[in-house]
Design a protein around this ligand. Structure first.
Ligand code: CA
Length: 228
């Protein structure tokens, strides 16, 4: 189920957005204070953010810029000021779409779905196929070199590999492991990642594929073809 964070200080509107998204099959979380957003995102992972422009604490522009420093999560800006739209979609800011207030909840739901759909093929297609994963044998290979991973290591790698550049919190990774009937702690994730990195380093010496993002989690970057 896709998880949506609604950042909106008008309580009634936030509830309306949440109701509609919930009916459309999304799991929703609401924050009303701009200052709460970044700390929340460092602890939780979502698939999309609906971000209101005018907020107490920190405004949506400032937040969007800041979120882009550590996450590629799709962001839809919500604004009552049509004249802001060009700036909102500017590259510098990194928002993926916008909705102008007042909007119909149906339109909002359609936009959310459209942005998620747009992200999907990209997300599922690794940037580089240099690294090959075989789910049957839990083997990962680069050219003729290959190494065998444990089931957990393979799952961790596969999860991040499918969405290069995206940050996965330890909590999110643990959720994924939990579906596999395993109960693990933060430190267990770290130790699996450590072993995984070591194995990947044998395949691609000198290249770091799994990056630690301070205070947020881990991120996979596809290997560079030009280096050997
Ligand atoms: Ca507002």
């Amino acid at each position: 189920m896709n998880r949506i964070l609604i950042v909106e200080d008008e309580e009634k509107l936030a509830r309306l957005e949440a109701d509609y998204l919930h009916n459309a099959g999304f799991e929703t979380f609401c924050l009303a204070d701009g200052l709460a957003v970044v700390p929340w995102l460092k602890e939780n992972s979502v698939d999309l953010i609906l971000l209101d422009l005018m907020l107490p604490g920190r405004d949506g522009l400032d937040l969007c810029r800041d979120i882009r420093r550590f996450s590629t999560v799709p962001i839809i800006m919500v604004t009552a000021r049509i004249e802001e739209v060009d700036r909102l979609l500017g590259l510098e800011l990194g928002a993926d779409d916008y909705i102008c207030k007042p909007f119909s909840p149906r339109e909002m739901t359609a936009r959310v779905k459209a942005v998620l759909r747009r992200m999907q093929p990209l997300a599922m297609e690794p940037v580089s196929n240099l690294l090959k994963l075989d789910p049957q044998s839990f083997r990962v290979s680069v050219g003729k070199l290959e190494t065998e991973l444990t089931a957990v290591e393979f799952q961790l790698l596969q999860t991040m590999y499918q969405q290069p550049g995206r940050i996965f919190s330890r909590a999110r990774l643990m959720d994924l492991m939990y579906q596999d009937q395993r109960i693990v702690s933060d430190r267990t994730i770290d130790s699996h990642i450590k072993k995984l990195r070591k194995k990947l380093a044998d395949l691609l010496p000198g290249q770091e594929l799994i990056h630690s993002v301070y205070g947020a989690g881990y991120r996979y970057e596809a290997p560079n073809r030009n280096s050997d």
